[in-house]
Design a protein around this ligand. Sequence first.
Ligand code: DX5
Ligand code: ZN
Length: 240
Amino acid sequence: MVPVVRVVREGRVQGRRAGRVDPVKVAPSILSADFSRLGDDVARVEGEADLLHVDVMDGHFVPNLTIGPPVVASLRPRTDLFLDCHLMVDNPGILLDDFAKAGADRCIVHVELGDPRPLFERMRDLGMGVGLVLNPPTPVDAVLPYLDEIELLLVMSVNPGWGGQAFIPEVLDKVRLARAEIDARALPVEIEIDGGIKVDTAALAAEAGCDILVAGSAVFHADDPAAATRAIRRAAWPDG
Ligand code: DX5
Ligand code: ZN
């Protein structure tokens, strides 16, 4: 992944952090797609999305149960989009080999599970990118020791489990703190936010310092998912 060079200046431009040099990216979450025609739904955002967010839930770490490596393997030949797998599971370690074989580009693991370093090592050995995620109640301090070992920090803006929940604005303070730390140390880490992202919250997230916005229901419940993806990016990056 290409390190992002940032120049942080005072002040804000509407829906955009002043000094930002690269467009905000949008990652549609297939959790809100129609699973009976998943390949077609993904094709509808293919030209507009920057990457694809795959929500994996095991019915234990979160109460909901969704999809796993076989679905990633089915999608892989249908899309060139980067497949980013958000693992909301109790034991991600037993799944990493299967996700790599299925064609996942990166896995994102929860810091709430304890020391993520053995998982990072396995992901790297398997040739996948490394992401770390924290839930709304988890303090940002929990992820700071790992910032120089990851490419992606995902900040949950809903409690994980379902699409279509309301954005929790208090998590933006964590985004600002992480942004300041990443910029101060010039680390090549992107900040992503997940949950309740729509046109209005997209602008808030971008202003706080997010690089990637996950959007599920706002994209796949729209009549035109590509236009919805574009509208979210424009809200976050008006010149894009
Ligand atoms: C929630 C998932 C999200 C979800 C977001 O547990 O991690 O990725 O798909 O859905 P929306 O955008 O509808 O809040
Ligand atoms: Zn997610």
